[in-house]
Design a protein around this ligand. Structure first.
Ligand code: PMP
Length: 446
C-alpha cells in the first residue's frame, strides 16, 4: 500500500522535502509527520481534502474532530467573514463573550463560569493550576497513556514504551520529551484508566497531597476507550472523599459525543471541564470552566504583589473571531438534529465495518460514541493503556494507507485516534467509506 501511495502523491513527496528544509520535519506540530510523508493539502472544503496532486479524499479525520461542523461550513464562514470586517482582535470585553460562554454554561451542568483560551493545552494547563490553587496541594493524578496537551506535566507517560514503563500497578513516570525538567514527574501520580482502585491507592498513599484527578471521560488518545460501568462515578466519589478536584479533559469529547460532552454522555459531572477543538468549529479556541466557587479564584489577582488567585492571562484569549466561531458553532450548527444526524451515520459506519470484518474474517472490533468511532484490529478489547500492546499496528498501518489510496482518510493516521462524522457527511459518503474498506479487505485478508 505504501508503494501505491507514493505513486499517487509525488507532489506531496516533493513538497515534504522542500518544507523539511524550512521547518523541522516539514510540519508545524510534530505529530503530523509520518512515514513516508503526509498528504499535503491544497485546501479543504465540506467533507473533502484536496491535495497538491489533485487527489480528493473524503475526510473523516477532520483535524481530530475540530471540524464536527465539516470544513467551510457556510454559516460559520459567513459569520467569521463578517467578524473579520468588524475586527479580529480588540482586547476589550464585548457581548461576544456572552454569545460564546452561554452555550457552554447551558450544555455542562458543571460549568457555571468559563474562561476562554486558545488551545486544549492551555485549557488543561489552567485547570491544573486552578485545582492546585484551590486545594493548596501540588500533585495531580493522571492516567498512564493519556494525552493532555503539549505542556511539561502533560508529557509525562503520554504513551511510554512498555519495556520502560514498569508494572501496571506502579508505573514509572516517563518524560516524553527532552527539555522537561527532572522535577516535573514529582508532582504527577500515574493511575490506570478504568481502574478506580489504582486511583484510590494513590489518594490513600498521598493523603492531603492530591490537588486533582485529571481524566478524559473516554480515553480518546487510545482510540475510543469508554469508561466501564461505575468508573467515572467512583472517581467522583473519591475526589469528594479526598478533597481533590475532578477535572474532565473534554478537549476531544466535548460537544462531540453529546452536546454536553462526556459529562452528559456518561452522566457524571466533574468540578472542572477543559475544552477546545469542536467547540470552535475549526477556529483556534479553548475554554475551561466549572463551579462559581472555583472559577472565582481566577478573578482574584494580586494584593500588594502577592498572588491571591489562579493566574489566567493571554493576548488572544477570547478574541472576537474565535468567540464568534464558538457562538455560531454551538448555537446554530450543532443543534439536537445535528447530533442525531452524526450519531446515526457513525453507527451506520460502525455496522458497515462490522459486516466487512465478519465477511473477510478480520480480527477486531468497532466502538462508537456519538459522532466518534474507531476500529481496532485486535482480538482483545482495549480497556487500559496496557492493553494497547494487543493492537496489530502493522495491520493498522496497511489499513490506513489502503484507505488513503482509495480516497478516504478514515481518521488521523494511527490507531490511537478515532473517526469524526461531521454534520456535512451524507449517507452516501458513509457507504463510500464502507465500500472502500470492503475493497481493501479483500487485499488485507490475502
Ligand atoms: N487534551 C486532549 C485529550 C487532547 O486530545 C489534546 C489534543 N489532541 C489536547 C488536550 C491538547 O489540545 P491542543 O492540541 O488544542 O493544545
Amino acid at each position: 500500500e505504501h508503494e501505491q501511495y507514493q505513486e499517487q502523491t509525488p507532489g506531496s513527496a516533493a513538497l515534504a522535502e522542500d518544507l523539511g528544509e524550512l521547518v523541522p520535519a516539514g510540519v508545524c506540530s510534530t505529530y503530523r509527520a509520518y512515514d513516508p510523508y503526509p498528504v499535503h493539502a491544497e485546501r479543504a472544503t465540506g467533507t473533502t481534502i484536496h491535495d497538491v496532486d489533485g487527489n480528493e479524499y473524503l475526510d473523516f479525520a477532520l483535524n481530530n474532530g475540530t471540524q464536527l461542523v465539516g470544513h467551510t461550513h457556510p454559516a460559520l464562514s459567513e459569520a467569521t467573514k463578517e467578524q473579520i470586517d468588524d475586527g479580529t482582535l480588540y482586547t476589550r470585553p464585548s457581548d461576544l463573550i456572552e454569545f460564546a460562554a452561554q452555550p457552554l454554561i447551558d450544555r455542562w451542568e458543571a460549568i457555571e463560569q468559563v474562561r476562554f483560551t486558545n488551545s486544549g493545552t492551555e485549557s488543561v494547563m489552567h485547570s491544573m493550576r486552578l485545582a492546585r490553587a484551590a486545594t493548596g496541594r501540588e500533585k495531580i493524578i493522571r492516567m498512564e497513556g493519556a494525552y493532555h496537551g503539549a505542556h511539561d506535566p502533560a508529557l509525562v507517560s503520554k504513551m511510554p514504551p512498555l519495556d520502560q514503563a514498569g508494572p501496571a500497578n506502579n508505573p514509572t513516570p516517563i518524560r516524553e520529551s527532552r527539555g522537561i525538567p527532572e522535577s516535573v514527574p514529582e508532582n504527577i501520580l500515574l493511575a490506570q484508566y478504568n481502574d478506580a482502585a489504582s486511583v484510590e491507592r494513590l489518594l490513600r498513599t498521598h493523603e492531603d497531597e492530591v490537588a486533582g484527578i485529571l481524566v478524559e471521560p473516554a480515553c480518546f488518545n487510545l482510540g475510543v476507550v469508554e469508561p466501564e460501568d461505575g468508573f467515572l462515578h467512583r472517581l467522583r466519589e473519591l475526589a469528594d472523599e479526598f478533597g481533590a478536584v475532578l477535572i474532565f479533559d473534554e478537549v476531544k469529547t466535548g460537544a462531540k459525543i453529546a452536546p454536553g460532552g462526556g459529562a452528559e454522555y456518561y452522566g457524571v459531572q466533574p468540578d472542572l471541564v477543559a475544552l477546545a477543538k469542536a467547540i470552535g468549529g475549526g477556529y483556534p479556541v479553548g475554554a475551561f470552566g466549572g463551579k462559581r466557587e472555583l472559577m472565582e479564584l481566577v478573578a482574584a489577582d494580586l494584593e500588594k504583589g502577592v498572588a491571591t488567585g489562579a493566574a489566567h492571562y493571554g493576548t488572544y484569549n477570547g478574541n472576537p473571531l474565535s468567540l464568534r466561531a464558538v457562538g455560531v458553532t454551538l448555537r446554530e450548527i450543532l443543534t439536537d438534529d445535528a447530533y442525531d444526524h452524526v450519531t446515526e451515520l457513525s453507527e451506520r459506519l460502525a455496522d458497515g465495518y462490522r459486516d466487512v470484518m465478519a465477511d473477510a474474517d478480520i480480527d477486531g472490533y468497532v466502538v462508537t460514541a456519538g459522532s466518534q468511532g474507531m476500529v481496532y484490529f485486535t482480538d482483545e478489547r482495549v480497556r487500559t493503556f496496557r492493553d494497547w500492546e494487543h493492537v496489530d499496528e502493522e495491520f493498522h498501518e496497511a489499513y490506513w494507507f489502503g484507505m488513503l489510496n482509495r480516497g478516504v482518510i478514515p481518521h488521523p493516521h494511527d490507531a490511537s485516534q478515532q473517526w469524526t462524522i461531521s454534520v456535512q457527511h451524507t449517507t452516501d459518503e458513509i457507504d463510500t467509506h464502507i465500500d472502500a474498506f470492503a475493497d481493501l479487505a479483500t487485499h488485507l485478508s490475502d
